[in-house]
Design a binder for this molecule. Structure first.
Ligand code: SAM
Length: 303
């Protein structure tokens, strides 16, 4: 089935363009195509003599991008952004002038009932960016030992009620396997003590986020990408990363601290302006960091 038109609003668009400082003819990788908003801006900045290589793990994003961005200088690849070197090898490009990563989840994925990203979705609790690869979250919550589930929920969700939630999962699945996202969100909510005043976020937010990060091995992908991207940047090439989670932002911050590789363009992360927050509430937790490759970078041997 054809994927519907994107409803995703790109975050920090002007800031991304400013840090990547692209010029006509440049070659750039957008490692997270999503709804294609950033890719379009990058393609317009590099013009017809330039090229954007747009990557996403999600085949639906690639399919939509290819339709909606037709006519622009964009090539698409369904891949993990940690495999940027392999994607560039496949199109015989040695180095690019800039790379953008806008990590996490798109509004298109959130609104797709079949993927289970949303708390009120009747679809299976899948949570994979690439539905053809790896294990869906519903299978993990039905098979994993409660202690391991609690560890995941604590580590990747920073959820202090992780043990209670894991115990509730174990009790519920004994009667019947857990399947839908809605059912799972209710179960998590019922395991957490009621809070007054009620929290700003849905009580299952941290648990969903933790499972999503685990299912997609998101931190591992980001860690590998941060090591490998510098090896395929042209001299003085730029990398901009937008993250939505403190664990991701920490990885970026640590990577950019290496003065043998990076010259930081942002000392502290750039956040959305009040005007953008009003227009796009999803930008609330976005943090942008950018850096430029130093003149003679020193890479570790195994990248
Ligand atoms: C926040 S959205 C990107 C939105 C996009 N910048 C825009 O302007 O519409 C994140 C996208 O990254 C993709 N993604 C997440 N992790 C990925 C990975 N390791 N490799 C490739 N794509 C990934 C997701 O499938 C999702 O489509």
């Amino acid at each position: 089935m054809e994927s519907p038109t994107s409803i995703h609003t790109s975050v920090l668009p002007a800031e991304v363009l400013s840090f990547l400082s692209l010029k006509p003819g440049d070659r750039v990788v957008d490692g997270t195509l999503g709804g294609g908003g950033h890719t379009r801006l990058l393609a317009e900045a590099v013009g017809p003599n330039g090229l954007v290589i747009a990557i996403d793990r999600d085949p639906a994003a690639i399919d939509r991008g290819a339709r909606e961005l037709a006519g622009l200088p964009v090539r698409f690849a369904q891949a993990n952004y940690c495999d940027i070197p392999e994607v560039l090898d496949a199109v015989s490009i040695e180095a690019v002038d800039a790379v953008l990563l806008d990590v996490g989840l798109s509004s298109d994925q959130l609104s797709d009932d079949a993927r289970g990203f949303s708390f009120d979705s009747d679809g299976p609790l899948d949570l994979r960016f690439d539905p053809t690869e790896g294990e869906p979250a519903w299978r993990i919550v039905n098979r994993m030992k409660p202690e391991s589930l609690a560890d995941i929920i604590f580590e990747f969700g920073e959820e202090r009620h992780s043990r209670r939630i894991a115990r509730r999962i174990a009790a519920v699945r004994e009667k019947q396997p857990i399947r839908s996202a809605r059912e799972f969100a209710r179960l998590v909510t019922s395991a957490i003590p009621r809070q007054y005043p009620p929290p700003r976020i849905h009580p299952a937010t941290r648990t969903f986020q933790a499972l999503r990060i685990a299912v997609n091995q998101e931190l591992k992908s980001l860690r590998i990408a941060l090591e490998r991207i510098p090896t395929r940047l042209a001299p003085r090439g730029r990398l901009a990363v937008i993250s939505f989670h403190s664990l991701e932002d920490r990885l970026v911050k640590q990577a950019f601290r290496n003065p043998q590789v990076w010259e930081q363009l942002t000392r502290s992360p750039v956040e959305a302006s009040n005007e953008e927050l009003l227009r796009n509430p999803r930008s609330r937790s976005a943090k942008l960091r950018a850096a430029r490759l130093v003149e003679s970078p020193a890479f570790s041997a195994d990248t």
